[in-house]
Design a protein around this ligand. Structure first.
Ligand code: NDP
Length: 246
């Protein structure tokens, strides 16, 4: 029996990487999945085609998480086309890593707009008609707990903010039986953090399981937390990092 039959899911940043894997996994489990992308229309269409080939249903919407009205419009279109959002997955994110002295206010505004503000904006729009049993799942980072090394301040700050968001919103929405959880990946093989990146060998020395995670490792847990089996889990963080933070 599929876990998410008849559910409507919205995933931000679903054209590549972890987001694309989440789109495909939720669709395989029976959800109708709308996802956003910003710069990769061909990759977005390839994800839609993969979902259709597997017998599922997906729709790609161009909407930048850097622009609040576009985030709200993506949620509004999902509700207009499909009636509601049952499962919101806040996945879109960017990484900026460099010496602290080299940062600019523009860097701050970019990372906070996409990694934090868009999460708030999407949730605000999605919860309005979200039914009982709804799910808000945000992709943070193991760096929300562990800055790992230098040149990570801005990204670490943005991902830590998601912990406060998750705690607070879980309490706001508990009475409506909507759960709010944070999934914190560690090094996961994507364009953002390729398994053959220069830092990869060092990162592996810090892990209990010395290899990069796959996008499916993250998507499978998102699928679980989206399902009815996880109905009593809220305000929680799960770190999936091969034990890097252990
Ligand atoms: P990728 O860079 O591989 O993919 C990012 C995805 O987000 C793409 O689909 C991209 O779409 C989309 N995206 C980026 N900017 C925007 C935007 N402004 N508006 C809408 N969509 C956008 O990243 P990952 O898959 O690796 O990361 C996904 C999430 O996981 C992020 O939140 C990241 O911080 C987090 N994470 C990743 C880790 C890793 O090691 N990979 C570790 C810990 C956390 P498009 O190409 O269309 O712009």
């Amino acid at each position: 029996m599929k876990k998410l039959t008849d559910k409507i899911a919205l995933v931000t940043g679903g054209s590549r990487g972890i987001g694309a894997a989440i789109v495909k996994r939720l669709a395989v489990e029976g959800a109708k999945v709308v996802f956003t992308y910003a710069n990769s229309p061909e990759k977005a269409e390839a994800v839609v085609a993969d979902v259709k080939a597997a017998g599922g249903e997906a729709l790609a919407i161009k909407a930048s998480s850097a622009i609040p009205v576009e985030v709200t419009a993506a949620v509004t279109k999902t509700i207009a086309d499909f009636g509601r959002v049952d499962i919101l997955v806040n996945n879109a994110g960017i990484y900026i890593g460099k010496a602290f002295e080299e940062h600019t206010l523009e860097d701050y505004n970019d990372i906070m707009a996409i990694n934090v503000q868009a999460v708030f904006v999407a949730a605000l729009a999605a919860v309005k008609g979200m039914p009982e049993g709804g799910r808000i799942i945000t992709i943070g980072s193991n760096m929300g707990d562990n800055a790992i090394g230098p040149e990570t301040t801005l990204y670490t700050m943005s991902k830590s903010a998601l912990q406060g968001f998750t705690r607070g919103l879980a309490r706001d929405l508990g009475a409506r039986k909507i759960t709010v959880n944070l999934v914190q990946p560690g090094p996961t093989n994507t364009d953002m953090n390729p398994a053959d990146a220069p830092l990869a060998d060092y990162l592996k020395t810090r892990m209990a399981l010395p290899e990069y995670g796959t996008v499916e490792d993250i998507a499978s847990f998102v699928n679980f937390i989206a399902s009815d089996e996880a109905k009593y889990i809220t305000g929680s963080f799960l770190t999936i990092d091969g034990g890097l933070n252990a």
